[in-house]
Design a protein around this ligand. Structure first.
Ligand SMILES: [Ca+2]
Ligand SMILES: [Ca+2]
Ligand SMILES: [Ca+2]
Length: 319
């Protein structure tokens, strides 16, 4: 078993359907000495103890840890030592000491012992499967109200800070999935809802970028026609969509459509590979420079965080 000295950092990631078995099988979803879970969803994992997450030092922000199961105790979360929890939902605090629960309650914006109303693991758009937030989920618009990004997209690559409850105020959701969001406008490489000169600069910077060098599933900004390379065809897409924008009102219309079709989402495969293959979850993060709407460009760049985790006894599902 590997794990006690490992640090894991997840951003915009779903950890779903993992199982660990055995006498010291702790942490069905995540088992680490130091775990940092940001804007992520951990659900449907199983272990003897601590079905969702087991860690010594634990930081959870903007995340959902719910719907995990344990044979003995701590269905969702167990930690020893330091924990910081903010703007997150923990579905079942059973077996956690009252002093710990009190400390989490004293944190900012947490929801304890409530059902996040997650859909099944499914293709909800984007390159990877996610658990959608269902209409009425308490996680909708329940993230940090001050959050503006990065990340600027949810796990699917859809716009991140979106008004999900119709109050005309855009606010990030808890978890890896942004409710009522949409795929980016073609040409909107920096995900600011406008197709403008900044997106041209991004395309120019990434021109001839080789997608094969990127981690699987990572969106390639600048690839505006989604054919895997950044070339002159993407410039044409940018030009065709120049000055397009998407507004909060557009999102409100999308929300209404989303609610009418949610019941038709198909149930996707949720089992983990039986061969025990330990695919390491990758974490990508596109980081762009700050710009303002007056057109002043303060720089455009990008980078990615790669996992600090190594294959463990867990069956990591790349999500
Ligand atoms: Ca939202
Ligand atoms: Ca843009
Ligand atoms: Ca392209």
């Amino acid at each position: 078993m590997v794990g006690m000295e490992i640090a894991v950092r997840l951003t915009n990631t779903t950890v779903s359907g993992n199982t660990v078995e055995g006498i010291i099988a702790w942490g069905g979803g995540i088992f680490a000495r130091n775990a940092r879970i940001e804007d992520s969803t951990v659900t449907g994992n199983t272990a003897e103890r601590a079905g969702g997450v087991s860690a010594h030092e634990l930081t959870i922000s903007g995340s959902i840890i719910a719907g995990n199961t344990a044979e003995l105790d701590y269905p969702d979360v167990r930690f020893v030592g330091v924990a910081s929890v903010s703007h997150s939902l923990i579905g079942d605090t059973s077996d956690m000491a009252q002093v710990v629960i009190d400390a989490i309650n004293a944190g900012v914006g947490n929801l304890l012992d409530v059902d996040p109303l997650l859909g099944p693991l499914a293709d909800n758009g984007g390159p990877t499967m996610t658990h959608a937030l269902l209409p009425g989920s308490p996680a909708i618009d329940a993230g940090d109200p001050a959050f503006v990004g990065p990340p600027y997209a949810d796990q699917r690559g859809y716009y991140r800070v979106v008004d999900g409850d119709g109050d005309m105020t855009a606010r990030i959701d808890m978890g890896a999935f942004e409710y009522a969001s949409v795929a980016p406008l073609p040409g909107d490489g920096n995900l600011d809802h406008f197709v403008d000169g900044l997106d041209y600069l991004l395309w120019a910077e990434l021109y001839e970028e080789d997608r094969a060098a990127d981690p699987p599933g990572a969106p390639l900004r600048g690839d505006y026609n989604d054919d895997g390379v950044v070339d002159g065809l993407d410039y044409l897409v940018w030009g065709e969509n120049f000055e397009a924008s998407i507004t909060a009102l557009a999102f409100a219309r999308v929300q209404a459509i989303t609610e009418s079709v949610t019941a038709n989402l198909h149930v996707a495969e949720t089992s983990v590979a039986a061969d025990g293959a330990a695919d390491v979850a990758f974490v990508w993060r596109a980081v762009f420079g700050q710009q303002d709407r007056d057109g002043r460009d303060e720089g455009v760049g990008r980078g990615r965080d790669f996992p600090t985790s190594e294959p463990m006894t867990h069956h990591w599902r790349r999500v």
